[in-house]
Design a protein. Sequence first.
Length: 255
Amino acid sequence: MGRFAETDADKTHAKGVDAMKAWLAFGLAALTVTSAAAQTGTITGRVVFKGTPPKPKEVSASAMKAADAKCAALHKGKPLQIAEVQVGPNGGLKWVLVYIKGSVKGNFKPPTKPVIVDQTGCLFVPHAVAVQAGQPVEFRNGDPLLHNIRANSKQGQSFNIAQPVKGMKQVRKFSKPEIGIQLRCDVHWWMAGYLHVLPHPFFAITGDDGTFTIKGVPAGTYRLEAWHEKLGTQTKTVTVKPGETVTVDFTFSAR
């Protein structure tokens, strides 16, 4: 018996079935994403400094010139103020790493977009950055003079690279979680920055007002740690509930 020829009605029906399958697949994917999001919450808060903050360290114009006349020229004879404890007008403490300490259930693929660390004005900009293990870090030289980057790691991730030309870029990846990798420039002794490597994406660095927000945290109870290069650490227990925002604040004082 011969095969029946496919009619226009059959073709139209087939297209309708394919379209319905596509919509069902899209709906299931959306439902999965929505369901996953419904099982997460947000941690927010503020880190403040109590008391009188330490005075910034001053790098005089003559000290800069002794290290590098080109750097001194960039600052037009004015001194540099290096605030190791940077406090805003309302007591907000800047450059504090706030992160979930320990493991978090789930697989979290590191971002492919690099985090930028520039050397500009003979300073590390930004002063502190945090990345997920495996995420690229792009080190730049934004100054028309010689810089180097010496990373001091306790987990075997140290390196020392020179960047003698403005506009140079070098990309590095850090595979091991590590808090507080110090970055130095040996040409300019006052230059220091910090790099933090986390095993998951649940971290933030405080801004000018000391606030932070960590989104998409799986529901559960965690230890939340605040880390500052000079003031040490504080840890609090936090419980994250699905679809809710929990507030956790930290207060540091002079050591």
